[in-house]
Design a protein around this ligand. Structure first.
Ligand code: NI
Length: 189
């Protein structure tokens, strides 16, 4: 058993390590990150668009509309969820850097995953993810030491440091990438 912290709600639940929702394990929020861990986290964010694109390569329409697990999002919904989520993270980064402890706006990711734009071909979201990460990583690479102490308030989670946000997203990309690779492995696609 592991004790995961559900991404961003902070809710703690007990699940088996084989839980298909958490193929790489659940996110565990660190109190802060040292320089090396922070660099590794930014690198993971840097590599996410290419890794995610390659996990999805060659899937046909029927495969894209297959849920990655029983009752879960389809591969297509997962593909559109990544830029939805990472756009919010990028904006939260900018808000934390330019305002004094701003309160950020949570959003209902399941409701977003059912909006009409999530039926688009996935390539548009892969390109959007590329663009968001190019801007976001260039911003993160340019931060000085003191700026990593900037914070925002998440109404459900509370005070969040920028390095905690980066830790979350270093996990979030590989987490969803693994949903796709796990399904492909299981289906022999
Ligand atoms: Ni997610």
């Amino acid at each position: 058993m592991i004790v995961p912290v559900d991404h961003f709600t902070g809710a703690i639940t007990l699940v088996l390590v084989t839980d298909p929702r958490y193929p790489i394990g659940a996110f565990v929020r660190p109190a802060s990150l040292g320089t090396e861990a922070r660099r590794a986290a930014v690198d993971a964010i840097r590599e996410t668009p290419a890794r995610f694109r390659s996990a999805l390569a060659g899937l046909d329409e029927r495969q894209l509309d297959t849920p990655y697990r029983v009752g879960g999002w389809t591969v297509r919904q997962v593909a559109h969820h990544l830029p939805d989520s990472h756009l919010n993270a990028y904006l939260r980064t900018k808000l934390a850097l330019t305002e004094s402890v701003p309160t950020i706006k949570p959003y209902d990711e399941d409701a977003w995953a059912r909006l009409p734009d999530t039926r688009l071909p996935i390539d548009v979201s892969l390109r959007l993810l590329d663009a968001v990460h190019e801007r976001w990583v260039s911003l993160l690479d340019g931060l000085c030491e003191g700026e990593w102490n900037r914070t925002f308030t998440h109404p459900e989670v509370g005070l969040t440091r920028l390095d905690q946000l980066v830790a979350l997203y270093a996990w979030h990309g590989p987490h969803h990438t693994a949903h796709v690779t796990m399904l492909r492995e299981r289906m022999a696609w």
